[in-house]
Design a protein around this ligand. Structure first.
Ligand SMILES: [Zn+2]
Length: 248
């Protein structure tokens, strides 16, 4: 009798505890970070991804589908290897044009075509998109909606939260041209965590000195070390969208 009453009390406490935990991790209370790589550069795969994989963090990779296998870009098998490691594979057009300069039909071919390339060639159903150069117009947004993407990322600087627009996510670009100071990066991570916002870190190339969109692997290592040390939750873009309840 006594045992069963203790058992029931425990069940009740577990129930209450579970609800409290859910409240603590609700959107807006504790921030999250996403790690994005745009374009599918081989230098990022070779010099950056091993650091991220060693820490068990999951990234979102925005792939230019018709550049797979070209010089300085990853191969399809490298893309599939990242997918097998739990990284999210996302769409970044077929050929990386300035979308706003294209006709409606050309934009459709770039956006829908990249989805079809991923789906038909490699069985990947991409659900998020990034605008090349952060460039888009009303036709682009309509096309992204029509294709059923759950979200899309710009190259505009800023943080995201539950009031953000799912098709206009902002980010924090890290390269030798903009933010190559680890202190600025760790400050941005700490601010996001403290204020319950969603920080998207955007990388391109890794260890290509002289290239303005490259960053050293040391910066990636220091960023990863900080995320791990601060126990910052790292999410893919599709997980972040769900976390903050964002819909197109
Ligand atoms: Zn790009």
């Amino acid at each position: 009798m006594r045992t069963s009453s203790i058992f029931l009390s425990c069940l009740f406490l577990i129930g209450c505890g579970g609800e409290r935990v859910e409240t603590q991790v609700s959107p807006g209370v504790e921030g999250v970070v996403s790690i994005n790589f745009d374009d599918g550069f081989e230098s990022a795969f070779v010099n950056g991804m091993p650091i991220i994989d060693a820490a068990g963090l999951k990234t979102t990779q925005f792939i230019i589908t018709q550049r797979l296998g070209l010089v300085s870009y990853i191969s399809a098998s490298q893309m599939l290897a990242m997918r097998a490691n739990g990284h999210e594979i996302a769409a970044h057009t077929r050929t990386h044009p300035h979308l706003s300069t294209l006709t409606d039909a050309q934009q459709h071919d770039e956006i829908d075509g990249s989805l079809q390339d991923l789906r038909l060639n490699w069985g990947i159903n991409a659900t998020v998109f990034a605008y090349p150069y952060g460039d888009y117009n009303d036709t682009t947004l309509a096309s992204i909606r029509a294709e059923g993407f759950s979200g899309a990322r710009t190259t505009s600087g800023g943080l995201n939260d539950s009031d953000s627009q799912a098709l206009l996510l902002k980010c924090f670009i890290i390269d030798d041209y903009e933010n190559n100071d680890i202190n600025r990066i760790t400050q941005a991570i700490d601010d996001a965590q403290a204020h319950g916002t969603w920080l998207i870190l955007l990388f391109h190339r890794v260890d290509e000195p002289g290239n303005p969109i490259s960053i050293s692997h040391e910066i990636i290592q220091q960023t990863v070390d900080h995320l791990v040390e601060k126990k910052t939750e790292v999410v893919t873009i599709s997980s972040g969208l769900a976390r903050y309840g964002l819909k197109p």
